[in-house]
Design a binder for this molecule. Structure first.
Ligand code: SPD
Length: 432
């Protein structure tokens, strides 16, 4: 039978009474229950009643999860409602059963059976997107599913088709590839956008070329030996392999699932893994740098995720001290620096950390447009193990020829210098 939604009504019995009276534990359990089932959480609100009991609801893109608890009876009434076929409410049920240490009885109902109700039967629903509406067939895309990259107060959402092309959890993180409506396929890690087909070149060109061009300007020769930490989607090594003078690029990615997902679903980004100059190491980049031979690399690029999970160690003084050691004299380091608007504390802390490891005069901040990262304003930090200045000493002509002949789409010789020009509020944040 076809229906608009699946509704599971659950009686959780003999639960852990303490858990049922703990509003934070219940909210966490309900949000996790939504996430493990693959739902996109929009919001949650929970309330503790005096002396006992908690009520709350988690609103998900695919509908909702709701609960009321009676700790004194060790009982919780739960309903799990999902629309579409991307989320299985029984996965949420299993999660909650464990969290409440409960026995149960449960009933599943199909809601809105399409034997009974008909689309467009009464009120005329106006299409909000004419291209997606066919008066005979209805909407071409009838799932309104959104992916949201957020912290507690800010978010960026992208609508996707509901198709999850890749979804794996491992000891490090959750890796997904989603099919977005306007940005092509998108790689996410732990519910954060890493890259999309449509705008990935902003990030990958900017994390690669200012550093590579600065190295060449400073040393009068192209970078030959490059190290990339992270970057498992392959976009950064794709850009580095555009340099004819390159001899070797070593890439150390901790999670082979990222490489596998991107080779399979994002081949235009993961296009350089077969290049003979690429040495891919699946391993811990932090350890790799700690053990690296001193004075080895011309350029080091830290293309990590945000500072949660395995990327946390990429934001420490120890890590950058090791990077500095592994760099040759006059070598260039660049690292993704988070956002002055979305992650302002990390942005400032990383800049301060690098200024301590190198010196304030050797650290330079760039901004660029990251249209699919929250706030859209993203930074890169460059540190130079030498006296070269990436704007004052920059050889513009060589960069211009390179960006034109290689068909770059974001980076060019003017943008190189412009990227280092910071808005006043950012200068103030960094005391520059
Ligand atoms: N918030 C996103 C920061 C992501 C940085 N790394 C992206 C990986 C692209 N190669």
């Amino acid at each position: 039978m076809k229906a608009l939604g699946r509704h599971i009504l659950v009686e959780f019995l003999n639960c852990n009474a303490d858990v049922l009276n703990d509003v934070t534990a219940i909210e966490n359990a309900m949000v996790e229950a939504a996430q493990v089932a693959g739902a996109t959480v929009i919001n949650s609100t929970f309330h503790h009643f005096s002396p006992y009991g908690v009520s709350g609801v988690v609103v998900i893109q695919e509908s909702h999860l709701a609960i009321h608890t009676w700790p004194e009876y060790r009982y919780a009434a739960v309903d799990l409602f999902t629309c579409g076929d991307t989320v299985d409410p029984w996965v949420s049920f299993e999660h909650l059963k464990k969290a409440f240490e409960a026995s149960y009885s449960a009933l599943e109902m199909n809601r809105g059976s399409t034997h009974i109700i008909k689309k467009d039967g009464g009120i005329q629903v106006k299409p909000n997107d004419a291209e997606n509406y066919d008066p005979k067939k209805g909407y071409k895309i009838n799932r309104n599913v959104w992916f949201t990259d957020k912290d507690d107060n800010q978010a960026l959402s992208l609508r996707y088709t509901g198709d999850v092309l890749f979804d794996e959890r491992n000891e490090f993180q959750r890796v997904r590839v989603l099919d977005t409506i306007s940005y092509g396929k998108m790689l996410t890690i732990d519910d954060m956008v890493m890259c999309t087909e449509r705008d990935e070149y902003h990030y990958h060109e900017m994390i690669s070329h200012p550093a590579m061009q600065s190295f060449e300007s400073a040393n009068g020769r192209p970078a030959k030996n490059v190290l990339v930490i992270g970057g498992g989607d392959g976009g950064t090594i794709r850009e580095i392999c555009k340099y004819d003078g390159l001899e070797k690029v070593t890439m150390v990615e901790i999670d082979e699932a990222v490489v596998r997902a991107c080779k399979q679903h994002l081949p235009t980004i993961a296009s350089a893994f077969d290049n003979k100059k690429v040495d891919l190491i699946i391993g811990d980049g932090i350890k790799f740098v700690a053990e690296a031979t001193a004075n080895t690399y011309d350029v080091i690029i830290v293309d990590g995720s945000d500072p949660a999970g395995p990327a946390e160690g990429l934001f420490t003084e120890e890590f950058y001290n090791n990077c500095k050691k592994a760099l040759k004299d006059n070598g260039v380091l660049v690292t993704q620096g988070e956002s002055p608007m979305f992650h302002s504390e990390t942005f400032v802390a990383l800049n301060k950390c690098l200024k301590g490891v190198f010196s304030p005069a050797q650290v330079h901040t760039m901004l660029f447009h990251a249209t699919t990262y929250p706030s859209g304003m993203w930074s890169l930090q460059m540190a130079i193990k030498g006296q070269y200045h990436p704007v004052k000493d920059f050889k513009k002509d060589a960069a211009g020829t390179f960006s034109t002949t290689k068909g770059l789409r974001y980076y060019n010789e003017d943008l190189h210098s412009a990227a280092f020009a910071l808005p006043t509020f950012v200068q103030k944040m960094l005391n520059t």
